[in-house]
Ligand binder design. Structure first.
Ligand code: URC
Length: 305
């Protein structure tokens, strides 16, 4: 019989720790020409951490301060070739150098900079690109890797080649059918690489990002859209078909509605020229596109990644 006089001690569940949002800017000098990498790196470690939670023993705890220092030291010692390469390096270091640490998850946001072209000497002036943030998440358990990369805040718009009609109508439906509308969204996308073990060559991360982004944009621009859902599938399938290293793509696409303004009260005709750009509410279209036979592993809620 279990002793019911004293309740059992509550059990520690999943836990992880580390230093979040280490902002690291690495300048690489090639004579007067400088190169810049600007990252926001979050480290999350897990392993034999029962004691620190139950008793406060820090014997297995690599301080979060040390994880921060490691990010900066690695930026100096190894440079930052790509966000993925840098994250892999860090994850491998934490799992292989610290016995109690069994799993490392490194999340990186990368901010883009473009050169300011000017008549003066040197190439060391940059302007932040107002476009997307590049993202990656590296997970390593000492045996296998999972690399999920992507982007967020990439705003795109087609000013034609978009329709929306033929939908279900009930007594609450007021939306007029559209045969020529603006289609605009702010793309949040994550794609999962099929590279998972060290014995296989890694993808070229920089080329992969550039090409994946290019295919995504080309599919958006080239698809004659009958719904944002159709455009989403076109973007995902183009990536999976053209990039062998990627098995899964997930999108979260807010439909940034542009409503035609009624100019009739002013005696003016609105021939698809003047729109009200509504900021909310917005349609939210989300889906995963998978290589046939592959498993979906990217979480449905991208805010969890
Ligand atoms: O592309 C669209 N998909 C929808 O599901 C939808 N619903 C809606 O009101 N407008 C749109 N547009």
């Amino acid at each position: 019989m279990a002793d019911t006089s004293r309740p059992a001690r509550p059990v520690l569940g999943q836990n992880q720790y580390g230093k979040a949002e280490n902002r690291v800017v690495r300048i690489t000098r090639q004579g007067a020409t400088h190169h810049i990498k600007d990252l926001n790196v979050s480290v999350s470690l897990s392993g034999d951490m029962e004691d620190v939670h139950y008793s406060g023993s820090n014997a297995n705890v690599l301080p979060t301060d040390t994880t921060k220092n490691t990010v900066y030291a690695f930026a100096k010692e190894h440079g930052i070739e790509s966000a993925e390469q840098f994250g892999i390096h860090l994850a491998r270091h934490f799992v292989t150098s610290q016995e109690p640490i069994h799993r490392a998850r490194i999340r990186i946001e990368e901010y883009g900079w473009e050169r300011i072209e000017h008549g003066g000497e040197g190439a060391h002036s940059f302007a932040r690109t107002g476009q997307e943030t590049r993202l990656t998440q590296i997970t390593y358990d000492g045996t296998s890797w999972e690399v999920v990369s992507g982007l967020k805040d990439l705003v795109v718009l087609n000013s034609t080649d978009s329709e929306f009609w033929g939908y279900v109508k009930d007594k609450y439906t007021t939306l007029p059918e559209a045969h020529d509308r603006i289609l605009a969204t702010e793309v949040s996308a994550r794609w999962r690489f099929n590279w998972s073990d060290d014995t296989r060559p890694m993808p070229d991360w920089e080329t992969s990002y550039r090409e994946t982004r290019r295919h995504l944009l080309a599919a958006f621009a080239e698809t004659y859209s009958l719904s944002l859902q159709q455009t989403l599938y076109a973007m995902g399938s183009r990536i999976v078909e053209r990039r062998d290293e990627i098995d899964e793509v997930r999108f979260s696409l807010p439909n940034k509605h542009h409503f035609l303004v009624d100019l009739a009260p002013f005696g003016l005709k609105n021939d698809n020229e003047v729109y009200f750009a509504a900021d909310r509410p917005y349609g939210l279209i989300e889906a995963t596109v998978l290589r046939d036979g592959c498993e979906a592993r990217i979480p449905a809620d991208l805010t969890n990644l």
